[in-house]
Structures are given as structure tokens and as C-alpha cells.
Ligand binder design. Structure first.
Ligand code: G3P
Length: 218
């Protein structure tokens, strides 16, 4: 299972990378806005700065919602670095653009996936990743994890090469359940990745070992 960190903050990305378990980064316009970057040239520079921290897989999202606009922006983003994966929304023009970009060899991540039907369309168009938003489904009393399970079954049925990138992850159990279901990737806030470290028995055990060592040295 790959781990991506879902943030545009360089310090968080560097910290996630420092653990040695990071496979990529996902961003979206809201996460970029949180960092406070203004103006297109600065946004592109910021993506480059992210690419310089991680080894691969930096999802950068288009703003355009028409086919021509998506293609133009996708080329601009893909030219930043070979690590860029162009994030395209699940809309008809987005699916058309994913087909074109896939044929051109540009990797894409189809975002805002909330149903199996949407994911099938994106996979058939050649998306490298589909991003089902499990937390936002849970928010509206719909089982986000059930969508992940359905996608694993469907993609296996047809040997789709598209990877299932579970997004909108809110807590460690989302990650564990995604791993059990067979999601290819989980993209998570840094705080959720760090929550995976925690277990009170680890803390208690380590305190005991250190205390015993100290006592043995007196
Ligand atoms: O990767 C998608 C993610 O950023 C959405 O998360 O918590 O805003 O639903 P959230």
C-alpha cells in the first residue's frame, strides 16, 4: 500500500518524507489556498518545490472545467516536473481530457469520485488513479469504505490498471480498513499518518525497558 500525504505545506511534506514511508503527495485548490500562495507563477513554483522534496507522485489539480482549458493546464502542470500527476475532476470534459492525456502518456488522478460508476468511467478513460473521497461520503451517512471495497472488486474483475487512491481520510481506521480492502494508495493528512505510530503499550513497554536499563547501570 502506498502512502501519500494530503497537504500543500512544505514543512509537513518534508516531515512525512523524513519518516521514509512516503510515496507521494496530493494537493487540491483548497489545500493550496490554505498555504496562502497567490498568483499562477507562484502556484507553479510551489508545485516544483513539492516535487523537489519527494521521489514521485505529486498530484496537482487543474482549475479549468472545459476540455480545452483542462488540456492546456495539464500540459503546463506536467511540464513542471516528471513527478507531476495531473488531477482532473470527475466531469464529462474531465473524462475526455483524461483520455487525451493518457494517450499522450501524462499521468492523471481523477478526483471527486463518489460512486463506482464514476470510477469505472475514469478507469476506462485511462486514469492512473481514481480518488474516492471516503470521509465526505461518511459525512453524508453513506459508507465510504463500501465504495473502496466495490472498486477493488470491480477493478480486479476487469484488470483495470488504474490505482485506487483512497482520499478524504480522516482517521487511522480509515487507513487500516483501506489496507484490508486492498486500496492501492491512501492519501492522508500528516496528523493521521502520525497517529499510526501510537499505542499505549508501546509507550509503556519502552518506559519499562529504559527504566530497567537505568537501574542495571547503578
Ligand atoms: O484528497 C482529498 C482531500 O483533500 C479531501 O479531504 O477532508 O477535505 O474531505 P477532506
Amino acid at each position: 500500500m502506498k502512502f501519500f500525504v494530503d497537504t500543500a505545506k512544505l514543512d509537513e511534506i518534508a516531515k512525512a518524507e523524513s519518516y521514509g514511508v512516503l510515496d507521494g503527495v496530493t494537493t487540491n485548490p483548497s489545500l493550496m489556498a490554505k498555504v496562502g500562495i497567490k498568483g499562477r507563477p507562484n502556484i507553479l513554483k510551489h508545485y516544483k518545490a513539492i516535487c523537489d522534496i519527494v521521489s514521485d507522485n505529486v498530484s496537482a489539480e487543474v482549475i479549468a472545467t472545459d476540455y480545452e482549458g483542462i488540456i492546456k493546464e495539464a500540459h503546463e502542470l506536467a511540464n513542471i516536473d516528471t513527478k507531476i500527476v495531473v488531477k482532473v475532476p470527475m466531469i464529462p470534459d474531465g473524462v475526455k481530457a483524461i483520455r487525451t492525456l493518457s494517450d499522450e502518456g501524462i499521468r492523471t488522478n481523477c478526483t471527486l469520485i463518489f460512486s463506482a460508476g464514476q470510477a469505472i468511467l475514469a478507469a476506462k478513460a485511462g486514469a492512473s488513479y481514481v480518488s474516492p473521497f471516503i470521509g465526505r461520503l461518511d459525512d453524508v451517512s453513506t459508507d465510504g469504505m463500501a465504495l473502496i471495497e466495490d472498486l477493488v472488486t470491480i477493478f480486479e474483475n476487469y484488470d483495470f490498471e488504474t490505482e485506487i487512491l483512497a482520499a478524504s481520510i480522516r482517521h487511522p481506521m480509515h487507513i487500516i480498513d483501506c489496507a484490508k480492502a486492498g486500496a492501492d494508495v491512501a492519501t492522508c493528512p500528516l496528523s493521521v499518518i502520525e497517529q499510526l505510530f501510537n499505542h499505549p503499550l508501546t509507550d509503556k513497554g519502552l518506559a519499562g525497558f529504559l527504566a530497567d536499563y537505568e537501574a542495571s547501570q547503578k
